[in-house]
Design a protein around this ligand. Structure first.
Ligand SMILES: [Zn+2]
Length: 65
């Protein structure tokens, strides 16, 4: 079984002491948490908005009129 590397997103600390996880693909803030370790779970659940959009676009039939 090949192990795919888990996507990792950069975490940064905000001036208010909270940690923020940011996706560099869709530029969305994935999560904000008091503890950096809490961001890891949110990172795993993140689905990129860009891939979601392309999936939605393929479902929509193009009807030139
Ligand atoms: Zn993303």
């Amino acid at each position: 079984m090949a192990l795919e590397p888990a996507p990792s997103y950069p975490h940064r600390r905000k001036p208010d002491g909270m940690f923020e996880s940011v996706c560099l693909t869709c530029f969305a803030t994935i999560a904000t948490a008091k503890h950096e370790s809490d961001l890891t779970e949110a990172d795993k659940k993140h689905v990129c908005g860009s891939s979601l959009l392309s999936r939605r676009a393929s479902l929509k039939p193009v009807r030139p009129n």
